[in-house]
Design a protein around this ligand. Sequence first.
Ligand code: HEM
Length: 142
Amino acid sequence: MLTAEEIGHVRSSFDMVFANASEMTSTFYDRVFELAPECRQLFPADMEVLKRDFIATLAVLVGSLDKMTGLLSSTDILGRNHARYGVRPEHYPVVGEALLWSLAKGLGPQWTEEVENAWRKVYGIIAQRMIAISAGVPPQPR
Ligand code: HEM
């Protein structure tokens, strides 16, 4: 599904932004709420814990790219949880664009076409699986 080269691009670029994780996650969520303000109400008022959770989970996913079984079991749990949070399939492309945007900001000149294409493919795989598994899972008000 992914080439060794694509996995390499995603891992090395992720390591670079992980060094500035707090800045990257702030840029990411700011961009989500700028592109889709209607999503803000799905999230908690205080985003600090979620920012750390998000980057830690992204690290696990990036670490599992060469182990599809592990990757898919993580995405399946995430997909079911997200359906319960009220996340819908149409939210995924917006969040994907915000993720790419925050990576581009964090990486500057290291954000090359190859790196971008590899991230697009990886996000597509994760989002597609999360969406597929979430079908029929009802939202649960918390
Ligand atoms: C690659 C895709 C995504 C990843 C890795 C991810 C990661 C996470 C993680 C780790 C959490 C913490 C709770 C949990 O583990 O279930 C979370 C919560 C959440 N995510 Fe995502 N997410 C993704 C996509 C999305 C999308 C597309 C949306 C749509 C707006 C979204 C909205 C939310 C919301 C509303 C919460 C709940 C916050 C709360 O109340 O605690 N996420 N996400």
